[in-house]
Design a protein around this ligand. Structure first.
Ligand code: ADP
Ligand code: MG
Length: 232
């Protein structure tokens, strides 16, 4: 496994400040944050072959440094049941991404295992010019835009800060078990917050991180999408 420094160096050498999802998730793995399994396919045949290794249902996502909001470009296909569906998804992704941005350089697609549904939350980090790294926690998916139910904490976080972040959002009830659903594993979310906080506190060249969404379960949590941005 590469080190965090090596992952960052690689992007730097290519004069990139935005890490791909694959690189961002590699960083998460190094930090001990659970993510989906993923492999890069650069041809349709390769995507089909890799999907057999990943297993079904699987997910295909466009990999392009020019497309950072993948679903806006029609670049995400979930719930693919077999090799044939993967081949069709490849065609559909290429078609809509090229229409979305004809100039985009498309590296290929990532083939990922499909995470089982959970409560969608988001953990982010941005850099305030005055206060430095700030961690954000809130509801994820569409809700982050609709409800803007998020809370901010200055890094480095204490364990108390992390616990507070997870319990002080307005929709905390959704995490505590709602209408008979099981409560989510708050400790797993606090652990991710702490790991991101520790990492950014010692890695000032990381300017922004976005784990959106994280699927939270009654046991554990998994980052389904990730984006890391370096400073200039
Ligand atoms: P975007 O770049 O548009 O944010 P995402 O990677 O977040 O793309 O994918 C969009 C949505 O697709 C996610 O919010 C999630 O609901 C679903 N999704 C993406 N990857 C997976 C996966 N590996 N397993 C299950 N669902 C996924
Ligand atoms: Mg996302």
């Amino acid at each position: 496994m590469a080190s965090a420094k090596e992952v960052i160096e690689k992007a730097r050498k290519q004069s990139r400040t935005v890490l791909t999802e694959m690189e961002s998730k590699e960083l998460l793995r190094i930090l001990g944050i659970p993510t989906t399994q993923m492999m890069l396919a650069t041809t349709k045949d390769e995507a089909v072959a890799l999907s057999k290794k990943v297993g079904y249902p699987c997910v295909l996502k466009v990999s392009s440094e020019d497309i950072s909001h993948k679903s806006d470009a029609g670049g995400v296909k979930v719930g693919l049941a077999d090799g044939e569906a993967v081949g069709e998804a490849w065609d559909a992704i290429m078609k809509s991404c090229k229409a979305y941005d004809p100039k985009a350089v498309i590296e290929g697609v990532t083939v990922q295992d499909m995470a089982k549904p959970g409560v969608e939350v988001i953990i982010g980090m941005s850099t305030d010019p005055q206060f430095g790294p700030v961690l954000m926690f809130g509801l994820g998916g569409v809700w982050v835009e609709v409800l803007k139910d998020v809370t901010f904490k200055l890094a480095p976080l204490t364990k108390g800060d992390a616990a507070k972040a997870v319990s002080e959002i307005k929709a905390a009830k959704l995490l505590e078990g709602f209408r008979g659903s099981e409560p989510v594993d708050k400790a797993a979310l606090e652990d991710i917050l702490m790991r991101v906080s520790d990492f950014v506190a010692k890695t000032p060249e990381v300017k922004e991180m976005d784990l959106n969404p994280i699927f939270a379960y009654s046991k554990g949590a998994v980052a389904v999408d990730a984006r890391v941005i370096l400073g200039e």
